[in-house]
Design a binder for this molecule. Structure first.
Ligand SMILES: [Zn+2]
Ligand SMILES: [Zn+2]
Length: 213
């Protein structure tokens, strides 16, 4: 199994490449910016990107999707509820003092619990809204890792003050869908360093029975 991370763009977003060496198949998760650096990461592995997966449609996670689609001629998969947020990318850009080019299109919807095959690997989509509508995490049970997007971070959780954000819903998503994974599961978040489910369950100040305001 290959799990590569590259931190890209002004928001320091973590883009992930998940691949299966035996088949050469890979998926790219959240190509947020710096398409050329992402392409170099992929090239260094020798893997073939067959799908692009989106955890959610915030600008810092989708900025290099159109370029990646051009590069790999592959479909883009996301939860259906992410589509509306994609349509709001120009407004998201204005809010951040930026400009957004072509809006990426979603080719296939991933439902809660949906399985995405990557050679011998299998990513399970975990519907985890609250930070953003239609947010998904991607869990590989055999390898023991979850790409958590902006739901759960090391020592923190996703912000809920952006359009479509919902604090209590986020805490419920994390509690029901992420903290129920095995404690040793490696958490690969959309920003910042990796952690484990056990560490966040035991020490994350947002998950100690309090509510998120
Ligand atoms: Zn986000
Ligand atoms: Zn983000």
């Amino acid at each position: 199994m290959i799990l590569e991370m590259l931190t890209v763009g002004p928001f320091q977003e973590n883009c992930y490449l998940v691949g299966d060496e035996s088949s050469g198949s890979a998926v790219l998760i959240d190509p947020g910016d710096e398409a050329a650096r992402i392409a170099m990461m992929v090239e260094n592995t020798g893997l073939v990107v067959e799908k692009i997966l989106l955890t959610h449609a915030h600008i810092d996670h989708v900025g290099a999707v159109v370029a990646a689609v051009e590069e790999y001629s592959c479909p883009v998969l996301a939860h259906e509820e992410s589509v509306e947020m994609l349509g709001r990318l120009p407004q998201q850009a204005v809010m951040m003092g930026m400009k957004f080019g072509k809006i990426p299109e979603v080719d296939d919807f991933i439902p809660d619990g949906g399985e995405i095959k990557v050679g011998s690997l299998s990513l399970q989509a975990l519907y985890t809204p609250g930070h953003s509508p239609g947010h998904l995490a991607f869990y590989e049970a055999n390898e023991g890792f979850v790409v958590a997007g902006d739901a759960l971070f090391a020592g923190s959780v996703g912000r809920v003050d952006l359009p479509g954000g919902d604090g209590p819903l986020l805490i419920r998503s994390i509690t029901e869908k992420l903290l129920t994974l095995p404690g040793e599961t490696l958490v690969c978040p959309g920003h910042g360093p990796q952690t484990t489910i056990a560490r966040e369950r035991d020490t994350n100040p947002f998950l100690q029975g309090g509510s998120l305001i």
